[in-house]
Design a protein around this ligand. Structure first.
Ligand code: ADP
Ligand code: MG
Length: 235
């Protein structure tokens, strides 16, 4: 068994005939906590969507746990252990918090219908709000619900797209702490797309920077220098 959990090899992907990602190479090891950085429009969301199968990979390959999954449909990738928490969270507003959580079961293909108690250990707030409509939660609570829903299918890797966007600072801190716990205690590998450099530095050990559809820098977050930040991340 190799150390690497997920590998993108020379991946080109996009929308219809229009490529957005060009020759992306990326290796994510088991247990990594990684942030994916880059200015608006460089392809971060498209990269996550290509990993979960919402954008077609037209060239190159995607390898997960030593298996080539380039052509697998999204539901199969979910069952193999890839969880995707999209930007904007996509909570169903008129469904209860409980029913929103249960949607996580459908991704796993499991028949169990009991919410595992660990979900409430990671997100105690959810327990108090189970009968409420999802749409009535605050933005930060909805983000926590979305992460919890992703956790329901027992993923090996979680892909999060800008989980702190538009969320009040106290909950940003909670989300940071919870993601660290999920990574440490459950050994789940995490890739987070993030705009806030400080958050990324505190959360992740490794970083990738994208520009114009390609990876242009990577390393330990301790090596994320101001010159890289100025060159690729500040507007
Ligand atoms: N649904 C779509 N159809 C066509 N092009 C898209 C679509 N969504 C995004 N794009 C284009 O893909 C590029 C990368 O977008 P995206 O992956 O959303 O970047 P980021 O997440 O880094 O802001 C942009 O040029 C954007 O205009
Ligand atoms: Mg995006």
């Amino acid at each position: 068994m190799s150390m690497s959990l997920l590998e993108l090899n020379n991946v080109t992907a996009g929308y219809g005939q229009t490529p957005v990602l060009f020759n992306v190479d990326m290796t994510i090891n088991k247990g990594d906590m990684v942030c994916l950085l880059g200015r608006n429009g460089v392809g971060k969301t498209t990269l996550l969507r290509s990993i979960i199968g919402l954008n077609k990979i037209s060239q190159g390959s995607l390898v997960f746990q030593d298996k080539n999954i380039t052509k697998f449909p999204t539901y199969k990738r979910s069952r193999y252990g890839i969880a995707y928490i999209p930007q904007g969270r996509e909570i169903i507003p008129y469904l209860s918090v409980l029913d929103n959580l249960k949607l996580g079961f459908s991704a796993s293909g499991k028949s169990s219908k009991r919410i595992p108690s660990e979900i409430f250990e990671f997100f105690p707030m959810l327990k108090e709000h189970l009968p409420r409509q999802g749409g009535l939660l605050s933005g930060g609570q909805q983000q926590q619900l979305a992460i919890a829903r992703g956790l329901m299918c027992n993923p090996k890797i979680m892909l999060l797209d800008e989980p702190t966007e538009g969320i009040q600072p106290s909950i940003v801190q909670e989300i940071e702490d919870t993601l660290k716990r999920i990574n440490r205690e459950k050994g789940i590998t995490v890739i987070v797309v993030e705009q806030k450099i400080d958050f990324a530095r505190q959360l992740a050990q490794k970083f990738f920077i994208m520009d114009k559809g390609s990876i242009v820098a990577q390393g330990q977050t301790s090596e994320l220098t101001d010159s890289l930040v100025h060159r690729y991340l500040t507007v």
